[in-house]
Design a protein around this ligand. Structure first.
Ligand code: 5CA
Length: 437
């Protein structure tokens, strides 16, 4: 992509309404634009990141055997009357009336809708287990939307719903999601911490929140320091195996949010306890028959008796993750994208647009990167070098390639790693080889 043809309305000034780094940087990098309180448009740069995150989430859900669907954003109130949540949900639910006077709502979550789909189609234990998920916009009329897309009113969520014949099978489905969440967040360059959590309006009695540590996190987190060392990045996972040992390994360490932590009775010695702030990027729930019973989602078990199915729901804040990743990965100059979610891998800077040598070397480098399938943003604008460096640092692409008159004469380009700041001069071919793959 040539920057001269891109739409990336960067801001030089720090927007005064933004209180935290991710919000400031997303506005300054031209990733989003506020439409109204807690509601945002995603501009091309932000949209690319959102889609990358969505795709990682999708691949890791699919790996577990979960099946993607797409349910509507607008739901009929009658479904929520069946579960009893229409009145319970309160002011966070955006209620709408259509032209026929029917009560509708903009979905804050989809337990009722998926239960309705399931009950119409599945009648036997033979069709279980099933896990259906979608990645769809949600609306919650938060009292205080803040921190940009981190606590929005409209936000993109991945929500999965599992259906099982009994509690033991339900726990297996829960464990699959638990492990998939660890993998999903690690792929994005994050270190997720599972915390035993309250279930709130979703219900049930088994629940974990997944948080990542960042100074601006909304809640305080207390955990054993060794939990931060765990990783399943290189562990081969077979989702048909018993995943309980992995879940136990993670849950055996102390980890609590501020509402559950009791300093006086904390089992971890002070020098092994990490106290930090965390951002909730995912939340999983097993809630048994809370929806299946009132809504009549029953199947015949092996003995031919009708039983209400055991259910769980599993959310990931896809749009929140964009902000959360920035909170975890930035410096004074801007964003530092982890490679997997970066909007482009390489930022190519032509330091002297109009100079025949620089133009030719840059165009050739650009074409070769593109031919090799490397995503590149080519700054071909007639701008000062300083401004180009600043905006490349701001948007945080993992690699910068700088082509200027001196290098062109010497037959070299400069390669800069945005994360480490390391710079190196090498031949264009050596740089291309480094950036390939
Ligand atoms: N039905 C369940 C699981 S599918 C559910 O709704 N869970 S939740 O309420 O915990 O939301 C799931 C995830 O969505 C949260 O972990 C968080 O990452 C994200 N999320 C929730 N509210 C917001 C919000 N206002 N803005 C941005 N992301 C949000």
């Amino acid at each position: 992509m040539r920057l001269s043809k891109f739409f990336m309305p960067t801001l030089k000034e720090t927007p005064s309404e933004a209180q935290i780094a991710s919000h400031r940087l997303m506005l300054r990098a031209g990733m989003i634009r506020q439409s109204s309180a807690g509601i945002y448009s995603w501009l091309p740069l932000g949209h690319r990141v959102l889609k990358k995150i969505e795709q990682i989430v999708r691949e890791e859900q699919n790996a577990t055997g979960a099946l993607e669907v797409l349910m509507p954003t607008i739901q009929p109130a009658d479904l929520w009357r069946e579960s009893g949540r229409y009145d319970d949900y309160g002011k966070e639910m955006l209620r709408i009336r259509d032209r026929h006077g029917r009560d509708m709502l903009y979905g804050p979550t989809n337990e009722e809708q998926i239960t309705d789909i399931f009950r119409a189609a599945v009648k036997s234990y033979k069709d279980l287990p099933r896990n259906l998920y979608h990645i769809q916009w949600k609306f919650r009329d938060e009292v205080r939307p803040r921190f940009g897309i981190m606590r929005g009113r409209e936000f993109l969520m991945k929500d999965a719903y599992s259906f099982d014949i009994d509690l033991a099978a339900g726990k297996r489905s829960y464990n699959k999601m638990f492990v998939a969440y660890l993998r999903t967040f690690e792929r994005m360059g994050l270190r997720p911490i599972p915390l035993r959590a309250d279930t709130g309006p979703i219900g049930g009695n088994l629940s974990h929140e997944f948080v990542i540590l960042a100074e601006t996190g909304e809640s305080e987190v207390f955990c054993h320091r060794d939990l931060l060392e765990l990783s399943i990045r290189d562990v081969e996972i077979d989702y048909d195996d018993d995943l309980e040992p992995i879940v136990e390994r993670y849950t055996s360490y102390y980890a609590a949010s501020d509402d559950q932590h009791d300093a006086a009775n904390c089992p971890v010695p002070a020098d092994e306890l990490v106290t930090a702030r965390g951002i909730e990027v995912g939340h999983i729930f097993h809630f048994g028959t809370k929806y299946s019973k009132p809504m009549g989602a029953v199947v015949a078990n092996r003995e031919g008796q009708e039983v209400a199915v055991e259910m769980g729901s599993y959310g990931i804040g896809v749009s929140r993750l964009v902000g959360a990743i920035i909170e975890a990965c930035h410096d004074d100059d801007g964003i530092i994208w982890p490679a997997e979610v970066a909007p482009f891998k390489v930022g190519l800077i032509n330091l002297r647009v109009g100079d025949a040598g620089c133009d030719a070397a840059s165009a050739s480098f650009y074409e070769k990167l593109q031919a090799g399938g490397v995503e590149v943003l080519y700054d071909d604008r007639e701008e000062r070098g300083g401004a180009k460096f600043a905006s490349m640092d701001l948007i945080g692409l993992p690699w910068q390639v700088i082509i200027g008159p001196r290098g062109v004469k010497a037959g070299v380009v400069e390669l800069k790693n945005r994360g480490t700041g390391e710079r190196e001069e090498l031949s264009p071919d050596a740089a291309l080889a480094r950036l390939a793959g």
